[in-house]
Ligand binder design. Structure first.
Ligand SMILES: O=C(O)C(=O)C[C@H](O)C(=O)CO
Ligand SMILES: [Zn+2]
Length: 276
């Protein structure tokens, strides 16, 4: 498992393209018949991917966690961005369609991931944070997430936000998670941008068409940098950083956070003319 340490707002403006990508871009977590994680020191959030094709994949612990099992002191949110899948948690099975979200709380001892059809496998994005309290395991479909449409065609940011794990949705110790789908013709996410120094965030871009890319913007509002991001790649956003993107086509992305609170609306907005 790869481990990423934190970078301060003073160091980031000095980074060249490769160093920025080494620190903030998560490139290869989605591999057939594997579960892969990157462990970040930003609120100790782990970012993972799994594509069960021919095997049922078991969530195993890692030496770095020094725990008997993965969720001994952690919780996890799992969103399926592929074909129909199955999740089993401590003996209870759940069917999970594309864009469904499963939450497994602290002390869930056994968790497996499988696909309904190897020809169209489930693709699971995994986000895990430390948990000091146990909350019930729960499945949400995208309809359960009470979608909200924001932005407009005129500003090329017309998009639908699905909130799954947050203060008023699936209950968790600190994890917040959901996804955003851009409408055809819209390319901007999270513009106007914001920061929330109380929570780190990770974005995982998906449904980015072949040969298209998302230009992800990061950094302090007056000192921004960019990363070119491909389909099924994730970006770590430090709490002091904006996280916003503009695509060469429309796309979707999963956002997830951990930190001081679970209030999705707790954001400090940045005025567009203040961006540099
Ligand atoms: O499109 C958006 O705007 C978002 O999806 C914003 C994210 O949900 C976010 O950054 C939450 O803090
Ligand atoms: Zn945010």
């Amino acid at each position: 498992m790869q481990i990423r340490f934190e970078s301060s707002p003073r160091e980031v403006p000095q980074m060249n393209t490769d160093t920025l990508r080494e620190n903030f871009l998560v490139e290869n977590i989605f591999q057939p018949d594997q579960i892969n994680f990157v462990y970040t020191h930003y609120d100790r959030v782990m970012i993972g991917g799994a594509i069960p094709v021919n095997n049922i994949l078991q969530l195993e612990t890692y030496d770095a966690l020094k725990s008997q099992y993965f969720l001994e002191r952690r919780e996890i949110g799992i969103i399926n961005i592929g074909g129909r899948g199955h999740i089993s948690a401590d003996g209870t099975s759940y069917d999970i369609e594309k864009l469904g979200c499963f939450y497994a709380g602290k002390e869930t001892q056994s968790l497996t991931l499988a696909s309904a059809d190897a020809a169209n496998p489930a693709v699971f994005y995994l986000l895990s944070s430390p948990a000091h309290q146990k909350y019930p395991n729960q499945l949400f479909t995208k309809e359960d997430a009470t979608p909200v449409t924001v932005g407009s065609v005129e500003t090329s940011n017309h998009r639908t936000i699905y909130k799954y794990i947050h203060k008023d949705g699936i209950q968790s110790a600190q994890l917040v998670m959901g996804l955003t789908v851009l409408q055809t013709g819209s390319v901007w996410n999270t513009m106007p941008a914001h920061v929330h120094d109380r929570r780190m965030e990770a974005y995982c871009y998906f449904d980015v068409p072949e040969n298209q890319r998302v230009l992800h913007l990061m950094g302090q509002p007056a000192e921004t940098r960019h990363l070119w991001v491909a389909d099924r790649q994730a970006v770590i956003s430090p709490p002091w950083s904006i996280h916003s993107g503009c695509g060469t086509s429309n796309y979707s992305f999963i956002w997830g956070m951990a930190g001081e609170n679970k209030d999705y609306t707790d954001m400090d907005a940045v005025l567009i003319p203040d961006l540099k």
